[in-house]
Design a protein around this ligand. Sequence first.
Ligand code: SF4
Ligand code: SF4
Length: 430
Amino acid sequence: MRFTFRRGIHPADNKNIAKDVPLMDFPTPQTVSIPLSQHIGAPAAAVVAVGDEVKVGTMIGKAASFVSANVFSSVSGKVTDIVTCRTAIGAKATHIVIENDGAYEEDFLEPLLSPDAAEIKSRVAEAGIVGMGGATFPTHVKLSPKTPVDVLIINAAECEPYITCDYRLSLEKTSEIFKGVEYMMTALGVENAYIGIEENKPDAIAKLSALATDRIRVIPLVTKYPQGAEKQLIYAITGRVVPEGALPSDVGAVVDNVHTAFAIYEAVELGKPSFMRAMTVSGKACTRPGNYWVRNGVGYKDIAAYCGETDDAKKVISGGPMMGFAQTDLAPSTGKGTSSLLFLTEEEVSSGDKPISACINCASCASHCPMRLMPMFIERAVEAEDAALAKKYHALSCLECGCCAYVCPARRPLVTAMRRAKKLIKEKGV
Ligand code: SF4
Ligand code: SF4
């Protein structure tokens, strides 16, 4: 049996650019600028002032509500400024600017020995851990579902083209990942966990499978985008369908990223809060592609300088090419959800200069949509400002995965239309 979901696309994965480069430390610059909003939910509230001395792991932002996350210094040194500036997703956020003294003196939490469920959940919250696949939902919230769950799914699919940091992590930190999964299972009180990983990573599948047990199984998944989307992953592995408007926990499942499992291991056994992550830098317009351990707050300009952004760079994307965010400049800095930074040449940017034309009713967008939507009708509803019609066509179920736009021969900006549809439905309250 092959595990997958219905529809989807097969973009060129371009993972060969960085996949064989082992994780290495990115040289941290003299100054880091750490956003206090690196997660879904309320931004953390600053708990340091200009002039304060901090260490690696000192809390600099405190979670402002249950759906929020603590933020920590990634270097030792002095707070030199607190500013508001743009993040990689285009939002404004408070940033703590820290002058790095280069000593990397640590201020970690106490490691936990044989923690119970409550202690693990509390540690995950304390350590500021969020979904590290890019979704950045606070993990302590996910580990506290309102309805009972019976299965944990670890997302190691890494279906976005170019990105290889989860692949390297699966290869290089295999036993630590399994320990993290065990802590998550204890926190959730479940006896079954599955690690889902695409078939295009046979060596990582072999390493993970060597540690698999009856409780934690490794599931090779068909290589297809968006195989790592939460609902598609749940369906591929369990056959369960998450209804519109429902949560994975409503069908008894919790899904979290493989890097999150690793971060939980570090927080529990090493007392290490979340202040750095594995990240891929790739694309044909950089001369030093690879996978790096990058501390939070490192400027994109520092990454571009070290990794050798070339004059051929036509587009810079934070995250993957399908769901990431194109950058207008290199002002943002890294955070807990920064899985990659891509420097792409004109040849790699699929849109080229081909103009947008009228919809030809080919239905290709609908036949590839993993949520079985009809994007062309939703786009028309948006153009007519008809929120009720957009809702009738289930615009709220859209994942914003980009499959529709990818296959559209008329190059219709369908993802933009889906986002507008959701906004319209919210504004009009239909
Ligand atoms: S309509 Fe939404 S879910 Fe469907 S393919 Fe387009 S972006 Fe993906
Ligand atoms: S793929 Fe493009 S051209 Fe074809 S129906 Fe959808 S929006 Fe229209």
